[in-house]
Ligand binder design. Structure first.
Ligand SMILES: Cc1cc2nc3c(=O)[nH]c(=O)nc-3n(C[C@H](O)[C@H](O)[C@H](O)COP(=O)(O)OP(=O)(O)OC[C@H]3O[C@@H](n4cnc5c(N)ncnc54)[C@H](O)[C@@H]3O)c2cc1C
Ligand code: SF4
Ligand code: SF4
Length: 430
């Protein structure tokens, strides 16, 4: 193998980025593989992060920049791991890297190519709350700030209109490059950290609560994007189907908890964060947090929660999550639930935010098959059960960090990165 000190990190959320920087500082060469065109993971969806309500961009952008400028870290965006062979200390990895069709070196991120593109698509990264073009960056402030072309939608690349060159003509820097091809890369690495994070559930539990039926019902990530100054409404809390702001909001905790079978660890805090944000921006809005359990797993969280409870939001206990119903009444959303005395009650609101459960990332099944590592009964990556608090997976030499192992906050994700890096360094020592 060419370099016995190479490490592969899969996923560039906070867990993968922190692990990459730590390993680079220890003098190791890192391949950071990310399947999206940008790095940063889910926290770049957030305007502010609990518990200190710091600006998330201010927290993450310097880390992203450091990663992109670090000579020891090779960032492979639009990439996925396809195959693995070998053993700890000598893994042979096959990575599939999709063409971006825009040169990372030549592009200055001026944005002149987007408006001219005739193909309009929903922007999934923005939770479908706004459109994007076939040449796009997922959100403003994306890093690297270089667009990618969706080859299946681009008229030139999919052959529907080979004469379309509008983005090429608009680019003053000659950065569009249709000659790029998908590549297969072969990497030799000593150890691997899997940091592929999480998604939010979007199934039956949401439909039962009117999601997709009533425009006033939002998921937690949709709300994060509404609340974001670089999001679809530039941080203004307009309702989906109007230019009105809500006078009343219900935030429903633990959505889908019964279906997934675990507490998602961060939703009580993210729901408190949402209540604070609404109150801060719409002083007269009435806010209800509807909960059945409260989970505050860090010593600083109680204070944050108590402040939200006393200043920003009324907390309502519901005894049975499965009995909650959301319907339409008098132009508002009627949220009905059973209180602690098993009596049915209801409130009328303009907006509902569903704190939906966290689940393993969409790619986890394929990836764990390729890496030949086990998943636990919830679908997250299983850690070595015989070692308490371990970040070792079922295959020696492969570690896990962050929400790929289970739902947790930023701090918990970074702590696991540190543990996984320690595991890798001790492997390299051997
Ligand atoms: C609504 C909401 C609000 C939150 N607010 C806060 C907050 O204010 N404070 C706080 O501490 N925590 C908050 N959290 C939790 C926080 O988002 C997580 O702790 C953090 O994002 C976990 O980071 P991660 O790196 O493990 O995963 P992620 O952020 O999910 O990153 C994983 C990365 O891996 C990539 N990836 C996935 N599969 C593959 C693959 N096969 N190959 C290559 N790349 C892949 C993904 O594209 C992504 O970039 C919130 C969570 C939610 C749901
Ligand atoms: S591809 Fe060209 S036009 Fe588009 S952002 Fe980059 S430099 Fe600007
Ligand atoms: S070639 Fe045309 S369709 Fe394709 S990205 Fe450029 S402007 Fe859009």
């Amino acid at each position: 193998m060419d370099n016995p000190e190479n490490v592969l990190i899969i996923g560039s959320g906070i867990a993968g980025m922190e692990a990459s920087l730590m390993l680079s500082k220890a003098g190791k060469k890192v391949y950071l593989v990310e399947n999206l065109p940008i790095i940063g993971g889910k926290i770049i969806k957030n305007e502010e992060s609990f518990p200190n309500m710091e600006c998330s961009t201010c927290l993450v952008a310097p880390i992203q920049q450091e990663i992109l400028q670090d000579a020891n870290i090779e960032v492979l965006t639009l990439s996925t791991v396809e195959k693995i062979a070998g053993k700890p200390g000598d893994f042979k990895i096959t990575v599939r890297k999709k063409a971006r069709y825009v040169s990372l070196e030549a592009c200055l991120g001026c944005g002149a190519c987007y408006p001219v593109c005739p193909v309009v698509l929903k922007n999934e990264w923005e939770e479908n709350l706004m459109d994007k073009k076939a040449i796009y960056v997922p959100c403003s402030g994306s890093l690297p700030n270089v667009p990618a072309i969706d080859a299946s939608e681009c008229l030139h690349l999919n052959g529907k209109d080979k004469s379309c060159n509008k983005c090429v003509e608009a680019c003053m820097f000659g950065a569009i490059d249709f000659s790029q091809k998908d590549e297969e890369l072969k990497l030799d690495v000593t150890g691997i950290i899997v940091a592929t994070g999480f998604e939010l559930i979007n199934g039956q539990a949401l439909e039962n609560l009117g999601y997709g039926k009533y425009p006033g019902v939002y998921t937690a990530f949709e709300f994060e994007r509404l609340f974001a100054s670089n999001g679809p409404t530039e941080g203004k809390l307009f309702l989906r189907d109007s230019e009105n702001t809500p006078d009343s909001v219900a935030i429903v905790h633990c959505v889908g908890r019964d279906e997934v079978g675990y507490c998602s660890n961060v939703c009580c805090m993210s729901s408190s964060k949402h209540a604070r944000f609404i109150k801060h921006n719409l002083h007269d809005a009435k806010i209800y947090n509807i909960y059945s359990d409260i989970c505050l797993p860090d010593k600083s969280y109680q204070k944050f929660f108590d402040e939200t409870k006393s200043h920003d939001s009324e907390f309502i206990f519901q005894s049975d999550r499965k009995k909650m119903k959301i319907t339409k009444k008098d132009g508002k959303l009627e949220v009905s639930y059973f209180n602690g005395k098993e009596t049915k009650e209801s409130i009328l609101v303009d907006m509902v935010i569903l704190a939906n459960a966290l689940r393993p990332s969409d790619t986890i099944e394929e990836l764990t098959k390729a890496l030949e590592i086990k998943r636990d009964s919830f679908g997250f990556i299983e850690t070595e059960p015989s070692k308490l608090g371990s970040v070792e997976t079922s295959r020696p030499g492969i570690f896990v960090a962050g929400c790929a192992e289970g739902p947790k906050d930023i701090q918990g994700s970074v702590i696991q990165s540190e543990a996984a890096v320690a595991g890798i360094l001790s492997l390299l020592d051997q």
